[in-house]
Design a protein around this ligand. Structure first.
Ligand SMILES: [Cu+2]
Length: 252
């Protein structure tokens, strides 16, 4: 599907857009067909001098087919849409490709903190990189994310990735994404989470492998990660989350 309105910057974006396009075409064709028949009937049975109006109860077999045949067709298309929708749901939400890196996303009123694995590619080690309101990932690399909230329900939304996932306090919610385009994409909290909800954006920077490595080399080990991130009590939140961890099976 052409990306007229929003870049398709992840593998999931293409799948989701194709599903929406398929539904739009099916519904659109039926809409046009129904309107054409509707206006044709209005024209064909318009008022004429000397012709009395008839009362049509729709009981005759020749009349019932106008209802039953489209009804069967709609059921067939419903099943088709269901099959494609479940396939996309399974590919994106139920199963996940093997992750090449793990990243932790922490929401709070009203900021996003990101914990990157750093050069050793292992989370919760000394070289982790913590950032606030800026997330850094490498293009064409599969990330498994772990989403937390420190206070209320937030929602991690990246429109260009067609990714939206609630962050629920007390839970670690797992998901994944693979960025397919470099660039800087908007992140916005998509759940009304208090007075500052509208002021809870972030940026997701997708870079080439070389640019990403250079960024890590520059930031890791230099203590250059924003100081405020370290003060956010991440460990506390995670300890709490571990007791109520929700695991999505295949995502582990
Ligand atoms: Cu929020």
């Amino acid at each position: 599907m052409p990306s007229w309105f929003m870049p398709q910057a992840s593998t999931s974006a293409v799948e989701i857009d194709n599903l929406i396009l398929m539904i739009t075409v099916i519904v659109g064709v039926w809409f046009v067909a129904a309107e054409l028949v509707f206006f044709w009937l209005i024209w064909k049975f318009r008022a004429r001098d000397g012709v009395r109006a008839q009362y049509v109860a729709g009981e005759a077999k020749s009349e019932k087919k106008w209802v039953s045949y489209p009804h069967y067709a709609v059921l067939v298309f419903d099943i088709l849409i269901l099959i494609f929708a479940l396939r996309v749901w399974n590919n994106i939400k139920i199963s996940a490709p093997p992750g090449e890196e793990r990243v932790r996303i922490i929401a709070q009123q009203w900021a996003w903190t990101f914990q990157h694995a750093g050069p050793d590619n292992i989370l919760d080690t000394a070289d982790d990189i913590r950032t606030v309101e800026d997330m850094y990932v490498q293009v064409n690399r599969t990330y498994h994310f772990e989403l937390h909230s420190k206070d209320v329900v937030h929602s991690f939304s990246v429109p260009a990735f067609r990714l939206k996932q609630d962050a629920v306090p007390g839970r670690a919610i797992n998901g994944w994404f693979t960025a397919t385009q470099t660039g800087t994409f908007d992140v916005q909290c998509a759940e009304i989470c208090g007075i500052g909800h509208g002021l809870m954006p972030a940026h997701l920077h997708v870079r080439t492998a070389a640019e990403h490595q250079a960024w890590m080399a520059e930031v890791a080990g230099t203590g250059a990660a924003p100081a405020e991130a370290a003060d956010m009590g991440t460990g506390e939140v995670l300890a709490h989350a571990d007791t109520a961890r929700v695991q999505m099976g295949a995502m582990q």
